[in-house]
Design a protein around this ligand. Sequence first.
Ligand code: PLP
Length: 426
Amino acid sequence: MTKYRMNTNCVQGTYNPKSGEPRVLPIVQSTTFSYDDPDYVADLFDLKADGSFYTRLGNPTSEAFEGKMNLLEGGVGALAVSSGQSACMFSILNICQAGDHVIASSSIYGGTFNLFDVSLRKLGIDFTFVDPDADKETILACARPNTKVLFGETIANPGMNILDFDKFSSIAKQLDVPFIVDNTLATPYLCRPFEHGADIIVHSTTKYTDGHATSLGGILIDGGSFNWNNGKFPGLTEPDPSYHGLEYVKIFGASAYIVKARTHLLRDYGCAPSPFNAFMFHLGLETLHLRMERHSENALKLAEFLQMHPCVNWVKYPGLKSDPYYELAKKYMPKGVSGILCFGIKGGSSAGKELIKYLDLVHMVVHLGDLRTSILHPASTTHRQLSEQQQIESGVLPEMIRVSVGIEDIDDIIEDFDKALRAVAK
Ligand code: PLP
């Protein structure tokens, strides 16, 4: 299907039924698959034949979703997992072990920050968090001989920094380590990180991929671009004793990373997606192009409205000409900058919490990226495990309100905010 364009690939990519098969991707809600030839099953286990043998390792519905996401991002292979957290965890554990070091942007989702800073650190992997806007030399100065990964988010949640891909990819190349990008907020419709030097992409598919707030999931996509044969990644180049001596790079070449993520990590850790959720993500992708266009359009209009509002102190949205990330956004996301925006209400943190009570159409939820406009106070919710200093470093100010702008009529969204802002100001 590579001959078609993005919008067509969203609607029809990869699932192509033969005569008499269902037009819509079926949900194969089965853990097991029946075979009559033991030699064929042996070949499946030896990764010499294609097919499903147990849903923890692969399932036809999940494979169709993986195929479509891989097509949209332009990779060589994808692995769906049970959450965005597992995708971020796998992206590191697949190539790092105790004694290794990772450089990550400090402006990443609070859950990922905590996963890296606390949980993976406990496994012996060290992290240095850098200001993604720091200059190249400052970031390079954080490197060590054992540095194995450079990690950032396309649009940081919720700091709204836009990643400078050229800077990050040139640092990764200089260090000879893979550049891993969390592309959750942009989605492949707005930004395709492989075209800007990323080697591996991760997503929380719980967000815009699903788009309807129904299912939890994540995915890793391998760009096939990184040369693992540089002496730093023995897990990919030396025999894997847990898979009867399999040498991933030797056997699978450019797909070595994603094959190992499935056969090793998914097999052992078991963070597999349910076939039903994979179906929901595949269905969500069918309208991704339309939704992302409207989310971005509505968010820009709401940002412009809030910017002029007497009860608002500041607005962060990279689609605004006045935003410090406007130029980077235009360069890497010319079609729009997603539906996420942040603002600070006059009256600070307490006014922000009050505002939520006066909104009718807009609900407070611990989520973003679905059809319905929603709101959140990150400092007291998603980022509450971080210290105030860490919150500020990851772009979370005490008075900050994050809005996930939906695809309702923009006039209704604006009226709801206007009414609530005026009620708080009284
Ligand atoms: N990455 C980003 C950018 C996110 O916003 C989130 C969740 O909000 C995650 C990863 C984690 O995803 P999940 O909640 O699906 O585990």
